[in-house]
Ligand binder design. Structure first.
Ligand code: ADP
Length: 236
């Protein structure tokens, strides 16, 4: 059994106000792939990502992580396997200190205290934020918050890492650190981003979305060579 792949089968999603943000999305990301999800604002990228760990459940169609279908009763299992870094770090950070935020999920998993300490230190080091461990998250800069939000997810040691706009608000040094980190992450990875340079460097495969649909899915270098395709989908 492998948890390391994720499969969308004809996924539709309609928000409670009646807006259909996903109009039948199918793809499969297999073990170890690093895939970029691109498209203009409103294309449906965030809505799609929220389906990868069951924060949203499809109106129609299904999502599977390995051989586990994402349904209400599998959510605890799914959330251990799939780590989602939100677009806005303020949605991910809510404890009085950075270290408590990073430890939060680990405490919930009832890990022993020395293992929690090891993972807190390790994941903060990985994002270059160990010196912030005693600070209050709300007092951090946007980039620092983002790094800590990433650490909260890495500390859970997910099989599949999902990131929504991870490089926005990062200074060049923090962006580089993030890219190295994504590169060294050996498991499956799906990244929604407008940072096409990052995509070019890290992701062999790209999925392009437009208006709730996947309009292209293939090798990054081939898609990025197609100027017309990029222009049609609001990508430079
Ligand atoms: P992207 O991440 O590509 O910018 P989103 O997934 O955020 O796109 O949004 C896709 C579409 O769904 C947009 O038209 C957006 O306005 C709409 N949408 C997003 N969130 C909601 C919501 N909570 N209620 C209604 N419509 C929403």
């Amino acid at each position: 059994m492998s948890h390391h792949y994720i499969k969308f089968n004809n996924v539709h999603y309609t928000y409670p106000n009646g807006y259909e943000a996903l109009k039948g999305v199918s793809f499969c990301i297999t073990h170890g792939e690093k895939v970029a999800l691109v498209g203009s604002n409103g294309a449906g990228k965030s809505t799609l990502l929220l389906h990868t760990n069951g924060l949203l459940l499809p109106t129609l169609g299904d999502v599977n992580v390995g051989d586990i279908p994402i349904v209400k009763k599998t959510l605890p299992l799914i959330r251990r396997a799939v780590g989602l870094v939100f677009q806005n770090p303020d949605d991910q950070l809510f404890m009085p200190t950075v270290e408590e935020d990073v430890a939060f999920g680990l405490v919930n998993m009832q890990l022993p205290p020395d293992e929690i300490e090891r993972r807190v230190v390790e994941s903060l080091k990985e994002v270059g934020a160990l010196s912030l461990r005693k600070r209050a998250p709300y007092q951090l800069s946007g980039g620092q918050k983002r790094s800590v939000a990433i650490a909260t997810v890495l500390s859970m040691e997910p099989d599949i890492l999902i990131m929504d706009e991870p490089s926005s608000n990062l200074d060049p040094q923090a962006r580089r650190l993030l890219m190295n980190q994504i590169e060294s992450f050996t498991h499956t990875c799906l990244i929604a981003t407008h940072d096409l340079e990052m995509v070019r460097e890290l992701c062999k495969r790209t999925i392009i979305m437009n208006d709730g649909l996947i309009v292209a899915d293939g090798e990054t270098h081939a898609l990025f060579a197609d100027k017309e395709l990029l222009e049609e989908n609001g990508l430079e």
